[in-house]
Design a protein around this ligand. Structure first.
Ligand code: SF4
Length: 329
């Protein structure tokens, strides 16, 4: 019998308010799941819906932005959509923890790292006093920080960018989560620091059997650290599958275009090929396949019929070129 997923997102819709009109979807029926210890990359250009998807999971959407009817987000079997504010506070930093892009903004500048760790340890594990201090020092050591006593007593501004992100990861681990959602966790860091933070996330995922949802615009980051990848375009998953299939032999023209557009330092085609046009804004999505105005392989039906996400298990693509119903469109 296969174990139930630790994180299960079904038909997630996120709607943006529009002045004087009805709200428009910016995330439109996104589904994916994560097993224990599995690492899934969520990729796509800016505006694809990656960050809104991740903010929706623990109920962190800004005021006015709503989760649509019929959406479901389950963490360890517990439904979060519609859960009380009190329950969501217990889950955030508990079974589901977040690491954000900019550690300088994520940390409280007025508190030492130790105080911020102790706060989470009290909130989620009822640790205080020496037990909290010892566990905080152990967590700082676990995320690869040296001089843990100094880091423990330092406010964030005394630490480098890489040290701050490690401190954020330690705080995220303090509640002993089952799922870690990391939204562009290396984008604000130097290249050498990026690689070390990625190695750390992979190590922690393996040692703790922690499920990792890694959001990134950088396919190389996902290729290095994830088992599976889901590609988002204009609010929908257009391709999903094992990293070594999707990033080696992409089936969706958008995934292929993302791969061709990434910067490379070697090989015969070192010059990246930019994707023509731009991501359509929510409320201005074209009919049919939303990628069709930019797609070099568009067929006449692509302008009118949205291709279903089809395939075997979690290896799926939404494109008429690969649709089982292709003959019908
Ligand atoms: Fe291109 Fe058509 Fe496939 Fe969309 S459905 S990606 S337009 S070929």
């Amino acid at each position: 019998m296969t174990a139930p997923p630790v994180l299960e997102v079904r038909d997630l819709t996120v709607r943006l308010p529009v002045r004087g009109s009805t709200a428009v979807p910016a995330v439109d029926g996104v589904s994916f799941s994560l097993s224990r210890g599995e690492r899934l990359g969520l990729v796509g250009e800016s505006g694809a819906g990656k960050s809104l998807t991740t903010l929706a999971l623990p109920g962190l959407l800004p005021p006015g932005i709503e989760i649509g009817a019929g959406s479901s987000v389950r963490v360890e079997g517990e439904e979060l959509v519609g859960a009380s504010a009190r329950r969501l506070r217990a889950i955030r930093g508990g079974s589901l923890a977040m690491v954000f892009q900019d550690p300088a903004n994520a940390l409280n500048p007025a508190l030492t790292v130790g105080a911020q760790l102790r706060e989470v340890l009290w909130l989620h594990r009822r640790l205080r006093g020496d037990a909290a201090r010892n566990e905080a020092l152990r967590l700082l050591d676990e995320v690869g920080l040296s001089e843990v006593d100094r880091v423990y007593g330092s406010p964030p501004h005394r630490l480098s960018g890489g040290m701050r992100q490690r401190a954020c990861i330690a705080i995220a681990l303090a509640g002993d989560p089952a799922v870690l959602v990391a939204d562009e966790p290396t984008t604000a860091l130097d290249v050498t620091v990026q690689a070390r933070i990625l190695e750390l996330l992979v190590r922690l995922s393996e040692e703790r059997r922690l499920s990792l949802l890694l959001v990134s615009h950088d396919l190389a980051v996902v290729a290095r650290s994830c088992h599976r990848v889901a590609v988002l375009y204009a609010g929908r998953v257009v391709e999903e599958g094992p990293v070594d299939r999707v990033l080696v032999a992409p089936r969706h023209p958008y995934t292929a275009a993302l791969l061709a557009a990434r910067p490379r330092v070697e090989g015969p085609r070192a010059v990246p090929t930019p994707i023509a046009g731009s991501m359509p804004l929510p409320g201005r999505w074209p009919t049919g396949c939303r990628f069709h105005p930019r797609c070099p392989e568009a067929l006449p039906p692509c302008r009118t019929a949205y291709p279903p996400l089809e395939g075997e298990g979690a290896d799926r693509v939404a494109c008429h070129l690969h649709s089982a119903t292709r003959g019908a469109v």
